[in-house]
Design a protein around this ligand. Structure first.
Ligand code: EPZ
Length: 422
């Protein structure tokens, strides 16, 4: 297992943002909807992407992944049995559950391991199952697997809202399935995240008939078949904003390239309230940060609200603001594993249910800390860059799941960070 050794740093220069992991994963699952060849460009080279490659190979695809381009085609080998996504792979990555919809629609049967618990709190799949059942699938849970059969699938009008609002991957599952299901499907309370919009555009480029993507009401008219396509993945808005959070916490000014600011409106609003300046110039984005940060209140929501996937990283910056901030977590009320670790570094954060009250401090102090999940790990790296002295972030395999070459990118910005074997 690797760890990061980090010293207090000031950042400057330019960083290029990679393609979005959370956009690439559902699109990879969507290749199951066709026997044609799909070429997907700007795919980040991450362990989650490599896990999805293995799952697709189990499901009868032949894949080449070089220089951030994936070429996915039907394997010439016999499928055996071609509809099972095994637990040994699914348990390492929940996004693999979105193979369920495409398998069901294309192969009329699917057996996908249930992903199980998660360190960021309960992550049920009831909305996925409800949506697919309403499309006529027979869904059952057998020995830890979700088994879905679909002889009489038919488009319908369905509502996909849950206790915490819309669901990104449940929308992806139902949307993908509906593209090959006879009749008209209307998804009400669909997720509006840019990653779902991109999935819809990818499906349209395969010949799907979809209207209303990027809105809560998506209409799909099922087709007999879909073709192969060539497509480019959107920039990773969460990676981009993670670098912005690092600039805030280290009170540095940096430039991001290859970023789509339209996907970051809520984040930029918060950055401005904290005192930062975001200037768009020729496809790049300059972030200027003052020496004093203002406290703010942040509430996470589904898109276009402030993303839960940035809550931990912005908490670090607010730990160094002049005053008291409040973070309310509306998507995953238990996603606060990083609080205890940040407090070990001298932060003053009190958690109560879905709330975290952050009293800004003059400084954080280096410590040995433990990464618990992907975004919490990124927060600890940022805290290490902002803290006085040496920080060791243990278990960085979490970060390798979702940030391409993170230490290389931070080093290029002047950060003192190195990877060591633990
Ligand atoms: C996606 O997960 C992302 N993953 C997550 O990013 C992200 O945190 C999350 O969306 C919210 O934005 C990928 O895209 C691969 P949800 P997803 O279903 O789709 C509840 C990261 O760090 N819910 O939109 O699984 C759920 O518990 C990861 O990159 C149900 O109640 O999340 C949550 O409260 C972590 N029933 C809310 O909905 C369901 O069937 C939103 O979750 C499904 C979800």
């Amino acid at each position: 297992m690797d760890k990061f050794i980090i010293q207090k740093s000031s950042l400057k220069g330019e960083v290029k943002i990679s393609g979005s992991k959370n956009a690439a994963l559902p699109v990879m699952a969507a290749t199951l909807l066709t026997d044609g060849q799909c070429v997907i460009k700007n795919v980040p080279d991450l362990s989650d992407i490599r896990t999805m490659v293995k799952i697709l190979e189990c499901l009868g695809k032949e894949i080449k992944f070089e220089e951030n381009t994936l070429i996915v085609k039907k394997s010439s080998k016999k499928l055996n049995p071609g509809f099972i996504a095994p637990y040994r792979l699914v348990r390492t990555m929940r996004a693999s559950f979105c193979c369920l919809g495409p398998l069901l629609a294309k192969r009329k049967k699917a057996k996908v391991a249930l992903p199980g618990g998660c360190v960021i709190g309960p992550r049920p799949v009831d909305l996925h199952l409800k949506g697919l059942s309403q499309l006529g699938a027979k869904v059952s849970i057998e020995n830890g697997y979700c088994v879905a059969g679909g002889k009489d699938l038919k488009g319908c009008h369905l509502y996909l809202g849950g206790q915490f609002g819309s669901s990104v991957l449940a929308t992806a599952n139902v949307l993908m399935a509906a593209t090959l299901i006879e009749g008209k499907t209307v998804i009400e309370h669909a997720a509006c995240e840019p990653e779902i919009e991109m999935l819809a555009l990818f499906l349209k480029s395969m010949g799907a008939d979809i209207e209303g993507e990027a809105t809560p009401l998506i209409t799909v008219r099922g087709q007999k078949s879909l073709s192969g396509t060539t497509f480019e993945v959107i920039p990773d808005r969460i990676e981009a904003a993670t670098f912005i959070a690092a600039a805030l916490a280290t009170k540095s000014s940096i430039t991001l390239t290859g970023v789509n600011l339209k996907h970051l409106t809520a984040v930029i609003d918060v950055v401005k309230m904290i005192g930062g300046q975001v200037i768009e110039t020729n496809g790049a984005c300059r972030v200027n940060v003052p020496s004093k940060l203002s406290p703010v209140n942040i509430t996470t929501f589904s898109y276009p609200g402030f993303p839960t996937d940035l809550q931990a990283q912005f908490m670090v910056a607010l730990s160094l603001a002049s005053g008291i901030s409040l973070i309310t977590e509306k998507i995953y009320p238990d996603r606060f594993m990083h609080v205890a670790e940040l407090n070990r570094m001298g932060a003053s954060i009190q958690r109560s249910g879905p709330y975290a009250i952050i009293e800004g401090k003059e400084a954080l102090f280096g410590a040995e800390v433990m990464a618990s999940d992907l975004r919490a790990s990124a927060a600890l790296v940022i805290a290490g860059l902002a803290a006085l002295g040496k920080t060791e972030v243990l278990r960085v395999y979490h970060i390798d799941r979702g940030y391409e070459k993170i230490e290389e990118k931070f080093s290029k910005l002047g950060a003192k960070i190195k990877r060591e074997k633990q």
